[in-house]
Write a protein that binds this ligand. Sequence first.
Ligand SMILES: Nc1ncnc2c1ncn2[C@@H]1O[C@H](COP(=O)(O)OP(=O)(O)OP(=O)(O)O)[C@@H](O)[C@H]1O
Ligand SMILES: [Mg+2]
Length: 389
Amino acid sequence: MARSAAEVSDRHGDATLTGISQLDFRRLIENTADGVLVVSLLGTVLYANPAAAAIFGCPVADLVHIPLGRPVISGETMEITVHRPDRAPADVEMRTVELSWDGKPALLASLRDVSAQRARQEHRRQSQKLEAIGRLAAGIVHDMNNLLAVFESGLRLLQKQLREDPANPNASMLIEELLKRTQNGGALTQQLLAFSRGQSLRPQTIDLNGRIEAMTMLLERTLGNGISINLELDPALGPVVVDANQLDVAILNLAVNAKDAMAGTGTLAIETSDTPGEIEEVPALAASFVRVTVSDTGCGMSKEIMTQVFEPFFTTKADGRGTGLGLSQVYGFIKQSGGHIRIESEVGEGTSIHLFLPRAPNTGNDPLRRQDETGLNTAPAMAHRIRRG
Ligand SMILES: Nc1ncnc2c1ncn2[C@@H]1O[C@H](COP(=O)(O)OP(=O)(O)OP(=O)(O)O)[C@@H](O)[C@H]1O
Ligand SMILES: [Mg+2]
């Protein structure tokens, strides 16, 4: 309970609230946006306002009398992580000052949930880092492409000359092998180009549901028998504007990652939704996007891995099993298309990757008006499940 105003004074005895009634004072504290706790010098909570209870994710009554769990030092501002029963942990800035409570020395802690601010800062830092890597990658791609062109034309010339000299079959085999390598190099530069946002996209208005349905055979073959595919396609989904081929590559990259994460058994879910939910980067513009989410029941990833997955060449896979360019392609494609991407993952539970794709302008949400310039079937899609033994 809040004490009377007369009792609230700081250590130096400044009675700054003289004249305010107990009721007014209580209203003030109970309605302030910051969390307020009074904590004994041993760290036990003596009073909590509703904002503090919201930060801790429990009723006020549950908070009072519990030990705060860490020593509280007067005069300090520190950042603590609050673990809550049913929600993600919160980053909380806590400032403490000494005060007298019930005639005994205690500490007044004011709490501010800075999770959203920290997440924005981290996001900004990641985007800047990825942009720098993107510029670097674009430079490498440019030089490497020139190099490959020289390499390839030289080899072809040599091949032509050797064809006229049948006495040398080994050289010709070697050249064949080298040509294959140049093609691999070409594919690599294409993926780097996709990441560095230098690729030329051909955005077109497409029916995302139709496009995903058209991929199911390919996905089934790619994922193998132990993995079932679950499609939940929103019949009200509006058309989007993206490069259809790059979208296919992105979905395939996500599916292959899911397959690796599930080690042969599990469920891959692809869900579309006309109502994308909140988009952190553009909260006010969320309605301009639709969402496609690719989820798996695989091994999940730690927070540390999650912050690196979009970097080109970042891989946790054994040598030769991954180049670390799959998610770079997805990221580059989404950003270049004007969309957004978000990862949710829990170690041991699975991963969901949300792609927010720009809605086609002036088409409204009427599924009957969906038109696909790629000529794919545009019949309204129904939520359905594909099960395989
Ligand atoms: N669905 C997922 N579940 C768990 N971890 C994932 C998932 N998707 C990606 N990762 C992690 O992100 C890393 C980077 O993924 P990315 O697709 O960019 O590269 P890769 O799969 O390792 O190689 P590549 O796709 O080039 O063959 C992976 O090595 C893996 O650690
Ligand atoms: Mg991959």
